[in-house]
Design a binder for this molecule. Structure first.
Ligand code: SF4
Length: 375
């Protein structure tokens, strides 16, 4: 089957309408669901999913935007690392525009720092090979999906004897952040739409703690409209039947055990550590740092930095949005002072940010809602 036909299978309007009808038929009471993943937030708004759902279903965005949850303190450190004499700071594109406490990497670059956008950690390793006399630091952001790739780059650097390659790890783990939201109790959730890409690595069973410990169902979803509607239906059914469980509606990519080989690579290089998340503060055992055996690749140890106290962009409610307490339009700056052209916080900068999604697709969502209600 061609790729186009495969995708069309998951965007079929008739099937979407049938799923929406099934959701309406099964819903008897208000429920609030959180989509953990920023990719889901964008897909939900892009395809006008809220307009297909009964008004009793409240969808909240979660902390699944790696750029957004990178703390201002870590960004300040990254900016300081970019200013190490002779250093080349490499990272993914979105990170360059994200504001730290005072500056951004873009500003540091404009003032002379060598900041380069790369598409993978192996690109950063290539830069290190091409510049043997200069420290090349890769700012690693991302969840369990990205960390194995960074671990592979470290192993490759070790195997090749590349001595000027360093990683500044701000990698984070998704289940501890989900626990932090539920433990805080700021927002009552009835179910979680589980992150599809992350779960290809950690496995659907990694979410078993949600039904077992929190009596909350989780449905692992892909990123096409039918994937998301199927996940919502599975969650509604489990909530209505009082039967919390792990439902994997993304079985074409996600296995119960995930990807053990990727996890082994990640575990070989990284160990679990406390991590600071924007909007959360320090979340215990929610981050990854390089193991002692790979300490020579650790930028934080090779170039210890002191930076001043971190602060959030004034007025930005990104932290509340990442915890699901607010929705982007609840921020007084949304679409006024803060737009994709003039972003104030990371949730508007990042391609996976909730504010960017609401801004970009807000009109589409409203228009689709209008059409859906007429039909
Ligand atoms: Fe922050 Fe802008 Fe989002 Fe408001 S709209 S929370 S200022 S990123």
């Amino acid at each position: 089957m061609s790729a186009n036909k495969l995708v069309a299978q998951f965007r079929d309007p008739e099937a979407a309408r049938a799923l929406a009808e099934a959701i309406r038929a099964r819903s008897t009471r208000p429920i609030r669901l959180m989509e953990f993943c920023g990719g889901h937030t964008h897909a939900i708004l892009r395809y006008g999913i809220p307009s297909l759902l009964p008004e009793t279903i409240d969808l909240r965005s979660g902390p699944g935007c790696p750029v957004c949850v990178t703390s201002a303190a870590d960004l300040d450190l990254a900016i300081a690392l970019a200013q190490v004499p002779g250093a080349i700071l490499t990272t993914f594109g979105d990170m360059v525009r994200v504001p730290g406490s005072r500056d951004s990497l873009a500003k540091a670059k404009a003032e002379g720092a060598d900041v380069r956008v790369v598409y993978s950690p192996l690109d950063a390793l290539r830069v290190a090979r091409e510049n043997p006399g200069r420290p090349v630091i890769f700012l690693g952001v991302g969840f369990e999906t990205t960390a194995p790739m960074v671990a592979s780059a470290v192993l490759a650097a070790e195997a090749e004897g590349v001595e000027n390659f360093y990683v500044f790890s701000t990698h984070k783990l998704t289940p501890p952040a989900t626990r932090a939201i539920l433990d805080a109790g700021e927002v009552a959730l009835d179910g979680i739409i589980g992150p599809g890409h992350v779960t290809t690595v950690i496995g659907a069973e990694a979410w078993r703690f949600l039904p077992d410990e929190y009596t909350i169902p989780v449905a692992i979803a892909g990123f096409e409209p039918l994937d998301i509607l199927r996940a919502v239906l599975a969650l509604v059914e489990m909530v209505e039947e009082g039967r919390p469980d792990v439902s994997n509606v993304y079985a074409r990519s996600v296995r119960p055990e995930g990807n053990p080989a990727a996890r082994r690579t990640m575990d070989q290089v990284f160990e679990v550590a406390d991590a600071e998340w924007r909007g959360f503060g320090t979340v215990p055992a929610s981050g990854l740092r390089l193991r002692e055996a790979y300490a020579r690749f650790d930028a934080a140890r090779a170039f210890p930095m002191e930076v001043g106290p971190a602060r959030e962009p004034p007025g930005c409610r990104c932290g509340d949005i990442l915890r699901g307490v607010l929705r982007p339009p609840d921020c007084p700056l949304f679409a006024r002072a803060c737009t994709p052209q003039t972003p104030i916080g990371p949730c508007m900068v990042s391609a996976e940010g909730a504010c960017a999604a609401y801004y970009r697709y807000g009109n589409v969502a409203r228009r689709t809602a209008h059409v859906a209600r007429r039909t």
